[in-house]
Design a protein around this ligand. Structure first.
Ligand code: ATP
Ligand code: MG
Length: 432
């Protein structure tokens, strides 16, 4: 009986759970379970776990012997379900952490240790090949966590939400979880090695946990295209809302600045701040998407789709170094566009998308930055945009995060040179 498959549900401290399909429990060792728990809660040091008996009392497991006792107890409780041919309840375990664990799998997606099994995540199905060592299973678990168990077969595309410079975005149904997703499909002719590199670079997205950043569910390659699965935002992007009144823009800017501060705190530059990458939903949330977490992905897309982004800062258009300040410029020009209802440089006609020939954007480098018309907007809003769109990167507002967190003398000295207020305060001031 103990050679049967079972699902171990690892309950994590925040109330979530990760399901682990074990295909041959007779080979299961105590340290294998700790190994898997270690991958689910990478920041915790777990030395034991618990399960509940019929009275709801917690019993601690610290050895192979205690594991065996737990499994015997579990099989005795599900025997009736098995005899009746029903799906058996999972075995719930509660890791005991020595220090507060970090969160993985924040979206509560289920994990099946059989990599490549696309249709079958049912714990009741047995796999004749799965009696291989559990070591392999737990190594695969990491890979699957990294892939969020997303794959093409589980996804039903519903409608096209829009095209961008790199690919197309679809609304889709993820069958196993019942979630509605947005799936961005980007055709990319790149080597397998580059594909692997992109997948590993995207892993950091699982750790992103901010209500101002789009939720990431997973990514996968099929043939020559990558599919990136994210939270679906039913209000679409700000691009379609055209002219937005200043008092509404203030609240939106607050969310965008919080999102940017969050990314910057993770040392991620957005690199593509623009209205079409600010998404809204009917819960009133504003979230950033399409940030450049994977250098290889950004490079591969740039090689395929030629052109320069009209929201890029002057220093970037002229090929100079890119930094947080460049994201701040893009923030300023985006909000100026949203306030005016048109792109701020009248000589630049954005027809489809935001990529333009480089020569057409030369005016951004050569000319003074545009200024919002006095009288139509509050003084503080005009000031905020003007500060963000300073031609000199260092004169643009600095993220407050940077001021609080960085203590090195070099950085402090360079902060003294900033004439602008911290970005976060700048928005708050305009909002008051
Ligand atoms: P780029 O390719 O440079 O990012 P883009 O932002 O215009 O350009 P896409 O990112 O492909 O293009 O997005 C196309 C459209 O799909 C967006 O304008 C938006 O309306 C919609 N969209 C993108 N992601 C989502 C999402 N998570 N939820 C809902 N709609 C989305
Ligand atoms: Mg986009």
């Amino acid at each position: 009986m103990e050679s049967q498959s079972l699902v171990i549900r690892i309950r994590v401290p925040d109330g979530g759970a990760v399901d682990w399909s074990v295909h041959s429990a007779s080979h299961l060792l105590f340290r294998d379970v700790l190994d898997v728990i270690g991958q689910v809660l990478p920041d915790a040091t777990t030395t034991a776990f618990e399960y509940e008996d019929e009275d709801g009392d917690r019993i601690t497991v610290r050895s192979d012997e205690e594991m065996k006792a737990m499994l015997s107890y579990y099989y005795s409780t599900v025997m009736e379900q098995q005899v009746n041919g029903q799906l058996t309840d999972p075995l719930q375990i509660y890791p005991r952490a020595c220090k507060p664990p970090g969160k993985r799998n924040i979206h509560g997606l289920k994990v099946n240790t059989r990599a490549g099994s696309s249709h079958n995540s049912s714990p009741a199905m047995s796999d004749p090949l799965a009696s291989n060592s559990l070591k392999k299973s737990s190594a695969e678990l990491k890979k699957i966590l990294a892939n969020g168990q997303m794959n093409e077969q589980d996804i039903r595309y519903q409608e096209l939400l829009g095209h961008g410079n790199g690919g197309s975005v679809y609304k889709a149904h993820h069958v196993p979880s019942g979630k509605i997703l947005a799936v961005k499909v980007i055709p990319l002719d790149i080597t397998l090695e580059l594909q692997r590199q992109i997948m590993s670079e995207l892993e950091i997205l699982y750790k992103c946990d901010s209500s101002y950043i789009i939720g990431f569910y997973g990514a996968f390659f099929v043939e020559n295209r990558i599919s990136i699965c994210t939270e679906f935002m039913d209000g679409g992007s700000l691009e379609v809302y055209r002219k937005i009144p200043e008092h509404v823009l203030g609240r939106i800017a607050m969310a965008v600045v919080k999102g940017l501060n969050y990314l910057w705190s993770l040392k991620i530059l957005h690199r593509d701040v623009k209205p079409s990458n600010m998404l809204v939903n009917t819960r009133g949330q504003v979230k950033l998407c399409d940030f450049g977490v994977s250098t290889q992905l950004v490079n591969s897309i740039a090689k395929t789709y030629v052109g320069t982004n009209a929201y890029m800062a002057p220093e970037r258009i002229s090929g100079e170094q890119y930094g947080i300040h460049s994201d701040v410029w893009s923030l300023g020009i985006s909000f100026m566009e949203l306030a005016l209802g048109r792109f701020p440089y009248p000589q630049i006609q954005k027809n489809q998308g935001s990529l333009m020939p480089l020569q057409l954007l030369q005016c951004i480098v050569d000319e003074d930055s545009p200024v919002l018309p006095v009288g139509e907007f509050s003084e503080s809003f005009i000031h905020f945009i003007t500060q963000c769109m300073r031609k000199q990167p260092k004169e643009r507002p600095a993220p407050e995060e940077l001021m609080m967190k960085q203590v090195s003398v070099v950085i402090l000295l360079s902060l003294v040179a900033f004439s602008g207020p911290p970005l976060y305060q700048a928005v708050q001031r305009w909002q008051c």
